[in-house]
Design a protein around this ligand. Sequence first.
Ligand SMILES: Nc1ncnc2c1ncn2[C@@H]1O[C@H](COP(=O)(O)OP(=O)(O)OP(=O)(O)O)[C@@H](O)[C@H]1O
Length: 256
Amino acid sequence: MAEVLMRVEDLSLHAGGRELQHGLNFEVRAGEVLAICGASGCGKSTLLRHMIGLQTPQKGRVIWTAGGEERDVHGDDPPRREIGVAFQAGALWSSMTVGENLTLPLELYTELDETQRERQARFKLALAGLPDAATFDAEPSSLSGGMRKRAAIARALMLDPPLLCLDEPSAGLDPLTSARLDDLIKRLKCDLGTGIVLVTHELDSLFAVADRVLFLDVETRTATALGPPAELRDHGPAGVREFLTRGAANTELEAA
Ligand SMILES: Nc1ncnc2c1ncn2[C@@H]1O[C@H](COP(=O)(O)OP(=O)(O)OP(=O)(O)O)[C@@H](O)[C@H]1O
């Protein structure tokens, strides 16, 4: 069985003085895509922020377990280099070129010289499906939405993190660009063995890439299902089945 990278233990999520979720318990393994889904406002992005150490829990723990030692994500030695993050807006620093955006983590965290940093950045851009040499010197604002998302993922990969966290990578993309992003996620998982946590609303994408789905219920404020998407769609709790078949129902309505 693949290595456990992260363990979430009895985690509660709060925002604006109210509880969003409680009693969350799950693991993330190397080489798997874990999709976090649930109705709008249930706390998916908040959960991701707790998992990467940006928000501290009032209750529960997030433990980095890769490599056999346990490190609290909110402790003194958090796994910053080990977790790559690409946020919803695909935010690259607009005042820097794409290349500068990518080489910054190497400048901060490694001893690599400028030539080595640039070589790594060009390699990661190509890996993310942006092989055009001109992209390196481009301003982020000159790229399309899909290219910016890919560049943000390339930046998240710069330190070869075992775990990649992506917040709605397909949001706002056309179906073809979105499908290409799904292919990239599958390649990263299969070729590099990266564990990937994905917050997504896109059911097509979820079924295309996710090995397991964690469903956060907005009513009971806890996870009501964790398992392979097709299994949950066919045999999960009623609310989860309804959520996961909604896309098919919509497609049928559109076709009618
Ligand atoms: N800093 C904050 N202060 C107050 N409320 C917040 C804060 N951050 C999030 N919230 C609220 O917490 C709830 C959950 O937000 P979150 O973004 O985690 O949900 P989500 O499931 O990712 O939603 P969506 O699918 O719409 O992106 C929302 O009602 C949001 O308004």
